[in-house]
Design a protein around this ligand. Structure first.
Ligand code: SF4
Ligand code: SF4
Length: 129
């Protein structure tokens, strides 16, 4: 993965984390789900990366203080913001789009995303946007 893509993903993870912290409707990590953890695992498998699972009862990568997968190995999670977050803050949206553009064409990243999306499509019949 390009260093610039990795940096952009780390930045977008911090950006989205900050937005989610302000989410008035949610409990922490409400947008995590077991199938997304499995999709992240499929993505990592595609590039030969392995992260030990935690003992969380349903989210296999949820540790005591948050997700244990580095931002660059869970692009579908770290680069995700819901419509509500995107629509509520123009500055946030601008930065979000700018950072997304920095990693969109990264080969390793796209390999992971393709494997994750295939997993979701095959198992659950939908693709995470
Ligand atoms: S993605 Fe949206 S709904 Fe989910 S926690 Fe973040 S701000 Fe809340
Ligand atoms: S991989 Fe991490 S961020 Fe993604 S759903 Fe699982 S615990 Fe949440």
């Amino acid at each position: 993965m390009r260093e610039s893509a990795k940096n952009a993903l780390c930045k977008i993870q911090k950006l989205t984390e900050e937005a989610c912290r302000k989410c008035v409707t949610s409990e922490p990590y409400r947008c995590c789900s077991s199938e997304f953890c499995l999709a992240v695992e499929a993505g990592m498998n595609a590039v030969g990366k392995e992260i030990p699972k935690t003992s969380h009862p349903s989210l296999q990568y949820m540790g005591k203080t948050g997700c244990v997968v580095p931002a660059e190995f869970r692009p579908g999670c770290s680069g995700y913001a819901c419509q509500g977050a995107l629509e509520s803050d123009r500055k946030f949206r601008r930065e979000y789009v700018r950072l997304h553009e920095k990693f969109q064409d990264d080969e390793t990243l796209n390999k992971m995303l393709a494997a994750s999306n295939n997993f979701l499509k095959n198992i659950f019949g939908f693709i995470k946007k």
